[in-house]
Design a protein around this ligand. Structure first.
Ligand code: HEC
Length: 210
């Protein structure tokens, strides 16, 4: 046998040896991994309201520390959240500036949540009313034109008589935006020519002439 032949034989043996070692390691790794396998649907955690023998009160969930406030629920602006001034009377202003964007937002929310009963102009002839639900008063009666903003806010937040409250579906900022839009609706149904800016009156006259 030549030197060259012997070398090739040695190399082949080495290769076979490292291959079987490799196989051994991967097989044992495979068994190790499957032995520790934990499916995602079988996690070491408590499901809400599950009992626990670890805590004295038998509950797995810990009660919040006294005085804890959930994030986003501080509600430290009483006027914004209750619609009432410091003296407890309904606010007649707005807790933030009313811009065109606020009124547009109010219009969108009003058309979604209020028109089924109050209709788009606020006359109280919504589709649900036409199908037999109690008819609300029109927004354009003197009494409702004179109520303060905070009163309308309160009706949205807490309901009124046959009207259900909308606290869950409309958050405070949007309630105020709706109040602003109700005010705009009221103005739209009771405006006189004097409410139109002087430079726009000419256009109105132009419209009537046509
Ligand atoms: C399911 C129908 C319904 C929806 C939706 C509804 N309302 Fe009403 N609303 C009523 C009825 C009915 C009344 C009259 C209740 C009564 O006198 O018992 C009323 C009354 C009112 C009043 C007058 C309260 C008063 O002093 O007479 C206001 C203001 C008002 N709603 C605003 C709103 C606003 C704003 C929305 C939308 C966020 C809304 N409502 C959504 C049915 C509805």
């Amino acid at each position: 046998m030549t030197q060259r032949h012997r070398d090739t034989e040695k190399n082949a043996k080495n290769l076979l040896c490292s291959f079987s070692l490799c196989l051994c390691v991967s097989v044992s790794l495979f068994f190790l991994a499957t032995a520790c396998r934990q499916d995602m649907h079988d996690q070491p955690k408590y499901i809400a309201l599950r009992p626990s023998s670890f805590f004295n009160d038998g509950r797995s969930a810990r009660p919040p520390v006294d005085g804890a406030i959930a994030r986003g629920h501080l509600n430290d602006d009483a006027a914004l959240h209750t619609g009432k001034a410091a003296d407890g009377k309904p606010l007649d202003t707005f807790p933030f500036p009313v811009t065109k964007e606020v009124i547009e937002r109010g219009r969108a929310r009003f058309n979604i949540y209020c028109t089924p009963c109050h209709d788009r102009t606020g006359n109280g002839e919504g589709m649900i009313v036409r199908r037999g639900y109690r008819k609300p008063p029109s927004y354009h009666i003197d009494r409702l034109r004179q109520v303060p903003n905070g009163y309308i806010y309160d009706v949205i937040a807490n309901g009124f008589g046959a009207m259900p409250d909308h606290a869950a579906q409309i958050q405070p900022h949007d309630r105020w935006a709706i109040v602003a839009y109700v005010r705009a609706l009221q103005l739209s149904q009771n405006a006189t020519v004097n409410d139109v800016p002087a430079d726009a009156r000419a256009q109105l006259n132009g419209a009537t002439e046509r």
